[in-house]
Design a protein around this ligand. Sequence first.
Ligand code: MSP
Length: 555
Amino acid sequence: MRLSLRLLSSVVQKRPFYITTPIFYVNAAPHLGHLYTAVVADAIQRFEKLTNPDCNVIFSTGTDEHGTKIQQAAAQANLPLQDYCNNISQEYKDLFDEFEVGYTDYIRTTEERHKKAVRHFWTKLVKQDYIYKAKYAGWYSVNDEAFVPESHTREEMTKDGKIKVSVESGHQLEWTEETNYMFRLSAFKTHLQEWLKPDGVIQPSKFQKQLQDFLASDAYFPDISVSRPSSRVHWAVRVPDDEEQSIYVWLDALINYLTVCGYPDEEQLMSRRAWPADVHVVGKDILKFHGIYWPAFLMAARWQPPRRLVCHSHWTVDGSKMSKSLGNVVAPRSVPAPAALRYVLLREATLADDANYSETKLVNIANSELADTLGNLASRACGAALNPRHELPPPHAHELRDVARREPAARLLRALERLPEICHQHYSSYQFYKGVDAVIHVLHLANLFFETMKPWELKKKPEGQKELDVVLHITLETLRICSIILQPIIPSLSGRLLDKLQVPRDCRYWQHCERPSWRIKGAIFETKNIQSGKFVLFQRIYVDKKNVHKKKAIV
Ligand code: MSP
């Protein structure tokens, strides 16, 4: 009886929502581009939880620690390999904690559980006869940890003479001739085409089209090398039963997505019902690895490919690609207002195109939107000057009708009532910038409404009290709805605002922002308290050339 109950509960266990970030190379400290990948994934999982309160989310991130690149970086840092990996992996973890990346699983490829998964997966590929040994000769990019076909290379003149580089990444290539294990990728072309047929497998659609075109072209679609001689790459998982060969870092790295769900314990993996992953978030530079190699590896091992890839473009800095040699790598903690960085990354970037970071842009956006449009409105509506009893007053029916008929209130109310649906659409299609734009538009209308209603004058006359109550009610309701919607973008800032408004934790889900209070049928309004005390949501940033001063927002 007990056994069958357990069986039953595993059968009926709800499927979790499983989302991943790529795992990050530990060859250097994290920068703004890395953080961006992680916050995109985090915003998606927070939105999922917001709209689906019972949903169990598995959100994995971590570090990719094997391969030549890491060997070289550790040697340069003059540190034992594992110590070197531990340090950088911890840096990523600390960064994600600081920037509110709410992962549930942190995976490292040097962990024993993962190495076990990689060896098991390899054996599966061998059993299915998708791996064979062959002599391989070709160009290899250590930086991309990838072989590059001749047709994708070009020559470049440097001060040391001519070198070969990858057309795609611009990274230097080395000619390599060695015996490798090969994976029969060529056997999967039609299967991959089938997988990529339905719309929405890769979002935005531009990236799906890129892969479809690649597969449709008559371009040579060769098998790929999936091992390297251990003599060259010793910091890697060895091929089972062949110490001389090490497993290719990309095969090793991709398997992390299975390790997180319990693989190679297939029973655990099945009972958790986490596979296939719902979303892999990836940058466009690693789309081929996730959209071609990974589904092919999975199909070969008899696992389903992921349900969806969400692919993003890159951040450039002052117009150039971020690179160590250009010295323009932005460390997330070094920006003038780290608290605003997450907001700016999600507010500015579209997935389809590259975005450009500049300090001036960060400061301007943070000041005008977080400090002024949102923060200042909150400070005024909650502040002692206009709201000395610190309350959310009721929207007296007669006065509300009267105010709502006049502009600009009418515009605000129309926009506010449509806002949740609009944002839901944008967030569901991962267009966070459009959602934030809609919120900011409503907040501009709310500021205009507030100014036009002159609450400070209403306050002076006793007959203005009810109208003042309505102005405060509409403004605080607008702030409540906007804060709920902004939770995936700025979790702690919106959390502070919701705390200030004393919105209970279990009333912060999407369903709670769908209607403003006056649209809830049969609602009885009572005066509610909000937290007392001065409220500054975001301190204005003053940049004085090299020195950055922060001052309190003017309330
Ligand atoms: N280790 C591989 C991923 C293996 S996943 C099985 C890797 N690591 S990475 O550290 O180089 O990159 C991790 C993520 O950071 C990628 O999604 C990449 O696109 C992203 N970014 C790195 N630089 C970036 C920008 N300048 N802008 C935006 N994202 C960028 O690739």
